[in-house]
Design a protein around this ligand. Structure first.
Ligand code: ADP
Ligand code: MG
Length: 558
């Protein structure tokens, strides 16, 4: 028809399509996971918006229906979700230049085959996985609240067409014209297996049409509501992966039910590895909020930004189903749930940190020699610290109320110890005449170990903590002290080394000459009795930003 418009994919989308179709060929079955997840998201979004806008209200039997048709060689995935306007179809499925595209390409090339499916999800390139099994894809969508429907069609090469269409009710149909070599996906049995594997935990009802009848294909069990004793480790792991397309295992699983003043169930996970994050990601917690099983939103900020690596679900009885965005921000119930969930996470982290500290010092019993040793690097607290310590430290800077809870979780490299050490262990090793905890922040541990400024501390037998995260230039000053011992920047605490040397007469001409030569570069030249190996050292004044911080600020363009 004359109203059909043909549009080019944006360059990024075109590249993405090639990558998804070619690099992920061996994992083709995940197309169904991605399309069903999109459909279920659209239903969830419509339900949430329908709470405040009756024109969008969700029909009672809303869900997702998958219909394979062997004769026509097509699969249709229909949902009663929010749908898309014409402009949304064009933007979401054809032109949005996703900032992660290039990074995705590079990562996919390097990734092991079994890691690739999770990459698709992390990079938000799900829809295009339809082209792994389809020679053509057609989308018919009607946005809830509108009478207009639109169709989007493409063979996944270069361009797509958009034209007016018909749809009796709001929602979206994704029609896949299946490739000759993808016949297996026309079998209802095969589709059922994929749904069981990837989409069983989705709470939106998913139906599969088999012999003309639509049958429930997912259990939709709210796993978090089951008693802990009835959930197997494999079920926890499946659910974790489903939550955010994670491929690693959870490092910690927290599952509990609160009863009494507050009533909620929570199932939270701490991942093993940080997610691949091409654009630094959002700084907000994505823990999902449910009310009596129903998904409400993943923007309730159930945990503070410095615990944003925690994933999972909190499901409460204490909010109405039609809770609004404003209410989530203001209701005291949410504040109490947030506090309780945060405390629980911190308690778990503290007990894991403590367990590892014990394991390190415990003598190895002879009869244990044959037992498989727990690998402290992959299972222990340090595994967590290396993945998420940087994020956790943000809390020291921005959350005064949590500082005391975070302090025992901190681990550092140090000038005298191998591996990692805690603040408590540092304090236990302090020399009798040592009054402060010294630290030095910089680019790499190796560089810091050779910093001339350490010489004086070494000579006195004082240990110095070595720090290399950007945030380390900021939080120690805010935190101030640990167990009443002040945290002091080693570059600014040289006076603590008792260096009140008189300027020797013989040095004066040299100091004068250097002062004259460097007058525009530095504030002053001082003798330094605490240097034993290096001839000179650049230090910052005891006031203002230290050298490392100055470098960071310069880099940030201040
Ligand atoms: P992501 O789901 O990570 O955003 P996708 O490529 O899977 O990335 O989908 C792109 C976008 O297209 C979605 O964010 C959504 O806005 C829209 N979309 C895809 N499928 C549907 C659907 N069935 N109903 C409504 N919107 C959809
Ligand atoms: Mg998606």
């Amino acid at each position: 028809p004359a109203t059909t418009e043909t549009k080019e994919f944006s360059a990024e989308v075109g590249r993405l399509l090639d990558l998804v179709v070619n690099a992920l060929y061996s994992e083709r079955e995940i197309f169904l996971r991605e399309l069903v997840a999109n459909a279920a998201d659209a239903v969830d979004r419509r339900r949430f918006l329908g709470l405040t806008d009756p024109a969008l209200a969700l029909p009672a039997d809303a869900g997702v229906i998958i219909t394979p048709d062997k004769n026509a060689r097509q699969i249709t995935i229909s949902d009663d979700g929010l749908g898309m306007t014409r402009d949304e179809l064009v933007a979401n499925l054809g032109t949005i230049a996703r900032s992660g595209t290039r990074a995705f390409g590079e990562t996919v090339q390097d990734a092991k085959p079994e890691e690739r499916p999770s990459l698709i999800g992390q990079f938000g390139v799900g829809f295009y996985s339809a082209f792994m099994v389809s020679e053509r894809v057609e989308v018919i969508s009607r946005r809830a609240g509108s009478d207009e429907a639109w169709s989007w069609r493409s063979a996944g090469r270069g361009s797509f067409d958009v034209s007016p269409a018909e749809r009796a009710t709001p929602g979206t149909d994704i029609i896949l014209h299946i490739k000759a070599d993808a016949d297996e996906f026309l079998e209802p049995m095969r589709l059922q297996t994929i749904i069981r594997k990837w989409a069983d935990h989705i709470s939106v009802p998913i139906k599969l049409v088999r012999d003309g009848k639509a049958e429930a294909a997912n259990e939709g069990t709210a796993l978090w509501r089951k008693p802990k004793a009835e959930v197997t480790p494999a079920e926890y792991e499946d659910f974790y992966r489903h939550l955010g397309h994670f491929f690693d295992k959870p490092w910690a699983t927290l599952h509990w039910r609160a009863e009494g003043a507050l009533e909620y169930s929570a199932l939270l996970f701490v991942p093993e590895q940080p997610p691949f994050d091409p654009v630094e990601g959002e700084r907000t917690s994505k823990v999902r909020l449910h009310v009596r099983r129903m998904f409400i939103t993943d923007e309730a900020e159930l945990l503070p930004p410095w615990l944003r690596f925690v994933q999972g679900v909190v499901d409460t009885e204490d909010l109405p189903l039609n809770v609004s965005r404003e209410m989530l921000q203001t209701t005291p119930v949410m504040a109490r749930i947030r506090k309780a969930v945060q405390n629980r996470v911190l308690t778990e982290l503290k007990s894991k940190a403590k367990a590892e500290a014990k394991a390190e010092t415990a003598p190895i019993a002879a009869e244990d020699e044959d037992a498989p040793a727990a690998d402290p690097v992959t299972d222990g607290y340090i595994r967590f610290w290396e993945s998420f310590g940087t994020i956790l430290k943000e809390g020291l800077w921005e959350d005064a109320g949590a500082r005391a809870d975070i302090a025992p979780l901190l681990r550092f490299h140090s000038s005298t110890e191998d591996g990692w050490t805690s603040l408590a262990d540092y304090v236990a090793r302090m020399k009798p005449d040592q009054t402060a905890i010294y630290f030095l922040a910089g680019e790499t541990i190796e560089q810091l170990r050779h910093a001339p400024v350490l010489e004086g501390y070494r000579a006195r037998g004082f240990e110095v903590l070595l720090m290399t995260d950007s945030i380390d230039a900021f939080w120690p000053e805010r935190m101030g002290s640990f167990e009443d011992k002040p945290l002091r920047n080693a570059r600014q605490a040289l006076a603590d080394l008792g260096d009140a040397a008189e300027v020797p007469e013989a040095l004066k001409p040299l100091i004068d000459a250097m002062t004259a030569a460097l007058a525009d570069e530095i504030a002053e030249v001082q003798p330094a009795a605490h240097l034993s190996e290096s001839p000179v050292m650049l230090v910052s004044g005891t006031e203002g930003a230290d050298l490392h911080m100055q470098k960071l600020l310069r880099r940030a363009g201040r």
